[in-house]
Write a protein that binds this ligand. Structure first.
Ligand code: AP5
Ligand code: MG
Length: 191
């Protein structure tokens, strides 16, 4: 089983590249942001709890997020492996993910961390704001908050995977195809 963490700041290309990895390696794509947005749209209890955090560019509390992810994993026992997009975002989430992988008799293969300059992130997100309908893309102040929260709370998670020799830092600048090629090379280097 191959389980990949696709990591990076807002707008780094996690969602875009997850689609490519999913098709190429036959993995199941789990995006916590997409799951939250689905729940918000359908006005579930989880969606109601998560909405205020997401609209402000803050992280949804670990307890809610970890519980949701555990349930999602259980929904896909047939999967040959997962791409985790947007999870883990805190060290507590990374520890919880290791436990969940153990319970499923598997483990994380690698963390692929997309590195993109901040100016480029802002450019991509502002462009997407025109079409995405995402509440957290609409306001430049919320975009900045998401980037700041990434630097403060999420980026330290790299150290967790580095200490397990699972961190692959990937240049996320350039065209979508160029980044995909770098990701495939990194995954293939870890059989
Ligand atoms: P989430 O949905 O994960 O959003 P995010 O991390 O802010 O990232 P994005 O989805 O905006 O960007 P992406 O990296 O997927 O890039 P994309 O491929 O779309 O999370 C949203 C919120 O949910 C969080 O703020 C938080 O509140 C909550 N949340 C989620 N997970 C959580 C967790 N684990 N714990 C707690 N809270 C959680 O690309 C962006 C744009 O750029 C697109 O338009 C794309 O077409 C374009 N693009 C991509 N690659 C390139 C390229 N190489 N060149 C030019 N353009 C490109
Ligand atoms: Mg995304």
């Amino acid at each position: 089983m191959r389980n990949l963490v696709l990591f990076g700041p807002p707008g780094a290309g996690k969602g875009t590249q997850s689609e490519r990895l999913q098709d190429h390696y036959q993995l199941f794509h789990l995006s916590t942001g997409d799951i939250f947005r689905y729940n918000i749209k359908n006005e579930t209890a989880l969606g109601r709890k998560a909405k205020a955090y997401i609209d402000q560019g803050q992280l949804v509390p670990d307890e809610l997020t970890i519980h949701m992810l555990a349930q999602e994993l259980d929904k896909h026992p047939e999967a040959a492996g997962f791409i985790f997009d947007g999870f883990p975002r805190t060290t507590a989430q990374a520890q919880a993910l290791d436990k969940l992988m153990e319970q499923h008799q598997t483990q994380i293969t690698a963390m692929l961390a997309l590195e993109v300059e901040e100016e480029e992130l802002r450019k991509r997100l502002l462009a997407r704001a025109e079409v995405s309908g995402r509440s957290d893309d609409a306001d430049p102040a919320v975009i900045q908050k998401r980037i700041d929260v990434y630097r403060q709370e999420t980026e330290p998670v790299k150290k967790y995977y580095q200490s397990q020799s699972k961190l692959d830092q990937i240049n996320g600048m350039g065209t979508i195809d160029e980044v995909t090629k770098r990701l495939f090379e990194a995954v293939d280097a870890r059989p």
